[in-house]
Ligand binder design. Structure first.
Ligand SMILES: NC(=O)c1ccc[n+]([C@@H]2O[C@H](COP(=O)([O-])OP(=O)(O)OC[C@H]3O[C@@H](n4cnc5c(N)ncnc54)[C@H](O)[C@@H]3O)[C@@H](O)[C@H]2O)c1
Length: 358
């Protein structure tokens, strides 16, 4: 009997359920034979997602936009979707980000369900209710909160993922677990050792990681305090994605960003701030992305600096970064704006890239 786990997330809009187990996707489709579907076009050939029902989108950052959402909203109307219909979204984090916005806007809001199909979406983005939309050169600049009513996590989807997407999903899982504290991180390391590329061993790992994230999104649903810790690695990651024209996937950029954040902590506080167990594990994941050194060599340093400095998490008081804390977990630090800080940040990224690709 395959493992099956259930979580209930408490949100201000009401509680929503997460079901983890093999076969849960098929069960959901059978229960909802008529729901309109927004799906990643990777699944365009699946007979259960026929074109009468499904609107497909390419999972590309260039589609995670207001224009991408508008196309889907018009497509739903073309298919006769009404106010009382429920929407089903099937895909990874990109599909989810757009579907969340579409579900929140279509006729002022549809109830929707989500089936995450990447490890990143299963372990991280599927809960928390955020949409994050790219605007012009700015990653995740616009968005809102509109959680799905039901999330079903079917580890069978893992089997077809590319190595980069599998490793990238684990980078987010590692990050969440580290942010939650030493016990959660130890548990993650034990469970991830049992994960196989076909998805065997994923259910208990996903259950543990989602429970860690659950804590952050329940104590701070709207990202004002504790939940900000989950930005660990992300200021570096978003800037690196921009500097490579999204030539490095989000999850892998987060893995590199975690190493860079650790290098920045060492630059600020000395060797006692080093976290070798974390950086070794992050590096082992990041190295699974093929041809990474060549892609990183193409990065535009000026674009990296601009994107880092314009990150929406910074404040009038300085640059806000999430760094590893002494004794485990993470802490938000503020560093002064200026050339000296930018030089430290750039060196931290260069050191991280050398550690991972060297
Ligand atoms: N809203 C949130 O809370 C949140 C949290 C973390 C990340 N994100 C966003 O998520 C995005 C990254 O998401 P992602 O890593 O899931 O990537 P993704 O949605 O871009 O998918 C990655 C690739 O995997 C393919 N794919 C999807 N499912 C597959 C499967 N089962 N088998 C084979 N291929 C499959 C896609 O077609 C795509 O090529 C980023 O834009 C990031 O900003 C959002």
């Amino acid at each position: 009997m395959p493992a099956s786990f259930d979580l209930t997330i408490r949100a201000s809009t009401g509680a929503y359920d997460v079901r983890i187990g093999e076969g849960v996707f098929g069960e959901l489709l059978a229960q909802r034979p008529d729901d309109p579907i927004i799906a990643d076009d990777f699944f365009a050939d699946r007979p259960e997602l026929d074109e009468q029902r499904a609107l497909f989108m390419a999972a590309e950052e260039s589609n995670k936009t207001l224009a991408g959402a508008e196309r889907l909203i018009a497509g739903l109307r073309d298919r006769g979707t009404g106010r009382s219909d429920q929407l089903l979204a099937v895909g990874g984090g990109i599909t989810q980000d757009v579907a969340t916005l579409v579900a929140s806007l279509y006729m002022r809001g549809l109830v929707w369900s989500f089936v995450p199909t990447t490890l990143l979406a299963m372990a991280d983005s599927c809960i928390g209710g955020k949409s994050s939309i790219n605007v012009g050169p700015y990653k995740n600049l616009a968005g809102n909160f509109h959680p799905p009513a039901v999330i079903v996590v079917d580890p069978a989807f893992i089997a077809t993922l590319e190595a980069e997407d599998r490793a990238g999903g684990l980078c987010e899982a590692m990050k969440i677990s580290f942010c939650r504290g030493p016990q959660a991180y130890e548990r993650y390391l034990a469970l991830v050792a049992d994960l196989r590329p076909d998805g065997t061993g994923a259910a208990p790992l996903l259950d543990a990681v989602l429970r860690s994230k659950q804590w952050f999104i329940e104590v701070d649903e709207f990202d004002q305090a504790e939940r900000r810790q989950l930005n660990f690695g992300h200021t570096f990651a978003h800037a690196l994605e921009a500097a490579t024209g999204f030539g490095v996937s989000h999850g892998i950029a987060v893995g590199l960003g975690v190493v860079a954040a650790e290098r920045l902590a060492v630059a600020l506080d000395g060797d006692a701030a080093a976290q070798p167990a974390l950086t070794d594990h992050a590096a082992s994941l990041v190295r699974q992305a093929p041809d990474l050194a060549a892609r990183l060599a193409e990065r535009d340093q000026e674009r990296f600096a601009q994107a880092f400095l314009s990150d929406k998490k910074h404040g009038a008081d300085g640059l806000h970064v999430i760094l590893p804390a002494r004794g485990g977990a993470t802490e938000e630090r503020v560093i002064a704006r200026g050339d000296a800080s930018l030089a430290l940040v750039t060196r931290a990224l260069d050191d991280a890239i050398r550690m991972v690709t060297g």
